[in-house]
Design a protein around this ligand. Structure first.
Ligand code: GAL
Ligand code: ZN
Length: 674
């Protein structure tokens, strides 16, 4: 973690421009009380910094920077380019984004710009340059924050400017050769053959299904354009403000799939992420754990910053559930448990006007005489107590492979079943492994897999030859590899791999499927062979024959009655499993039990379905994080010092229902990880 940042920073977005000057004094006093040491400033301040095309106003920001510095608070300074001011879009309506059905998205909300707009870029870079020149050596400056959640509302723009940029991107991808584009896009189908790049458009609303490879390339292009917006600002900052790290906040969470963050990560000096729970989901902590592990994957295993989450309710879901007592502390510490080195929130003070006025903040509308505020102060104390773990990171022997391109491909239209969801198997296997105390890394298929004893390959619909070979090599070398249905189906161009499914993994798995047999809505089948009695499956089945694999479990009924549902094959030093149906949670748990036993993988002490346990490993010490999501106390066999309470733990730690604990473990040289 860059040294300019406080260890295990605590704070959030600070939008002083929404408040009269009198509030600012109080803000700093209360930030002091709450132990805030890092704030993100200026995210939506463009119209304040550049009120007209030819005037700049930095006085208020100078005052903020100086005042925060005097209060001992560091600043993550935004480049303020996230939301263009009305004067700019009024002058240049051609920079407004357009949806796939041709509707312009107008100003009045935020992020009303086309990511490919040269006008936007010119003005954004002027602002970024002005800020860098003014603040590059300000003592409060700890981090640069480019834009905000790039692509949150404008990830895909279908305007004419974007169309031209898409063609430029395609010319590069296909080496100026339109025949290559025709091949890749399979345009022999439906008379789609192009005679010149000039004829190519984004996949705008069409009479029926748009060409899938056109859609896929447009998703790649759109992600690249957004990343480019980051890169050009970053380069300005590196030039004018060398030594100050640059980030932009990702949105690694369930519903966000437009940006290929596993490729973006390497462009950032430090990865930061925003995470919001879906309030309607009771078991949101599982999605949180998965997303946090994926965020660490984007950061190549290094610690990262939790740039935003919420103290309580948000405003943008249909029903915005408030967090219950203790929930914020558990959520925050869970991010730290999975590698976050900062706990920041949106936002410091709950707004009194604007679309987000019902969004919680560190300082609620009701003020400081509230349970919410007391929990904020308590969280800050907890973070101080566990600060020594900053800089360490989880190191695991199990990997779940995740690929945004496979996600895009998997969710395209015209597939065998709309019930196949890309994140579904990944999250469920991650859940089952975590429940058994197996720490999991969520990584790109191009990652070096040699350190993993267990490699889970969920729904890798689209896979390159290279990645498929690396997965097979991991099994050969001794790993247990588990592939789930609708994997290995197509290549990078979304062309089916012929000869039987699951194309790219057929040889590795020793199976050959001649027909996909998706189930109907609500249809379930029983699967026999995973422990005592049957388990239930839905969504998927296959007409699968064994070509070297053994059947572990079999469909009893349904379209694949009597056929294998789970298979296993010994490969070199390792094994390769295939799961040809969507097992329910019980089935997944039983499968995972067998995998864990087969691999002999290390299990963290005390973990269970509702007791989340992770270990962060540093240079000279390691810390066991325990988060008890359940209604019963948890007992964890461990030796060491529990940092939240300061208590010595000799053999057994009791974590109360809803409680958290962090133990610096006593380890002998023997069982200490290298
Ligand atoms: C994020 C955004 C913040 C705020 C927050 C509300 O998308 O970066 O500015 O809008 O959500 O949950
Ligand atoms: Zn556009």
């Amino acid at each position: 973690m860059p040294t300019s940042l406080p260890a295990l920073a605590f704070g959030g977005d600070y939008n002083p421009e929404q408040w009269p000057a009198a509030a600012h004094e109080e803000d700093r006093t209360l930030m002091g009380e709450a132990g805030v040491d890092l704030v993100t400033l200026g995210v939506f301040s463009w119209a304040w910094l550049q009120p007209t095309p030819d005037t700049w106003d930095f006085a208020w920001l100078d005052e903020q920077m100086d005042g925060l510095h005097a209060a001992g608070i560091k600043v993550d300074l935004a480049t303020a380019t996230a939301s263009p001011p009305p004067w700019l879009t009024h002058r240049h309506p051609e920079m407004l984004p357009v949806t796939h059905d041709g509707r312009t998205l107008f100003p009045g909300g935020r992020q009303a710009f086309c990511p490919s707009s040269p006008v936007y870029r010119e003005h954004a870079l002027a602002l970024c340059t002005a800020l860098a020149e003014r603040y590059h050596d300000h003592p409060a400056l700890a981090l640069w924050h480019v834009s905000n959640e790039l692509g949150c509302h404008n990830a895909r723009c279908y305007c004419d400017v974007s169309a031209a940029a898409f063609r430029t991107w395609l010319r590069r991808r296909y080496g100026e050769d339109v025949a290559r584009l025709n091949d890749a896009w399979g345009t022999a189908f439906w008379s789609q053959r192009y005679d010149d790049f000039e004829q190519v458009l984004p996949p705008r609303l069409a009479p029926t299904h748009a060409n899938p490879t056109q859609q896929l390339d447009f998703l790649r292009f759109s992600s690249d354009q957004l990343l480019d917006n980051f890169v050009v600002e970053r380069d300005v900052l590196h030039r004018i403000s060398p030594g100050v790290p640059v980030t932009t906040n990702f949105m690694v969470m369930r519903q966000t799939m437009e940006m290929d963050y596993l490729r973006w990560g390497r462009e950032l000096d430090v990865v930061s992420n925003d995470h919001y729970l879906i309030a309607a989901e009771e078991s949101g902590h599982r999605e949180l754990a998965f997303s946090a592990d994926l965020t660490r994957g984007t950061a190549d295993g290094r610690p990262w910053l939790l740039m935003e989450h919420s103290t309580s309710a948000v405003n943008w879901q249909p029903r915005n559930r408030a967090k219950r007592p203790g929930e914020m502390v558990r959520n925050s510490l869970a991010h730290v448990a999975h590698g976050a080195d900062a706990v920041l929130f949106f936002q410091w003070r709950a707004s009194r006007a604007g679309a987000e006025k019902f969004h919680s903040g560190l300082l609620p509308h009701a003020g400081t005489d509230t349970r919410q505020w007391r929990e904020v102060v308590e969280l800050s104390r907890v973070l101080d107590a566990v600060e020594e773990a900053a800089g360490s990171t989880p190191r695991n022997e199990a990997a779940v492979l995740f690929d945004y391109e496979a996600w895009w491909g998997c969710q395209l239209d015209s597939h065998p079943s709309i019930d196949v969801s890309y994140r579904d198997r990944a999250e469920d296997l991650h859940r089952a492994l975590s429940a058994q105390g197996v720490g999991v890394d969520v990584v790109h298929p191009g990652t070096d897999l040699s350190g993993y004893r267990l490699v889970v390959v969920p729904t890798l619909y689209l896979v390159s030859d290279e990645h498929a070979a690396a997965i097979a090599a991991a099994a050969e070398a001794g790993a247990t590899v588990v592939v789930t249905y609708f994997s290995g189906i197509v290549d990078e161009n979304d062309h089916v791999r012929l000869g039987g499914y699951p194309g790219a993994f057929r040889d590795l798995l020793g199976v050959r499927t001649t027909e996909l047999l998706p189930l109907l809505a609500g249809e379930t089948v029983q699967v026999d062979g995973l422990g005592t009695g049957t388990v239930t499956a839905d969504t998927w089945a296959e007409d699968l024959e064994l070509v070297g694999a053994e059947a572990v479990a079999t469909h009893l009924g349904g379209p694949a009655s009597g056929l294998p549902a789970v298979t296993r094959r010994e490969v070199g030093e390792g094994t390769a499993w295939y799961v040809a149906t969507r097992l329910d949670a019980v089935g997944t748990d039983r499968l995972v039990e067998r995998l864990v036993a087969e691999t002999g993988i290390e299990r963290l002490p005390g973990a269970g379905p509702l007791v989340e346990v992770t270990r962060r490993v540093g240079e000279d010490a390691q810390w066991l994080f325990v988060i008890n999501h359940g209604h019963a106390q948890a007992e964890v066999p461990v030796h060491g010092v529990e940092l939240v309470s300061g208590a010595d733990v000799t053999g057994s730690l009791v974590v109360p229902a809803g409680g958290v604990a962090v133990v610096r473990e006593d380890v002998t040289g023997q069982d200490r990880e290298a």
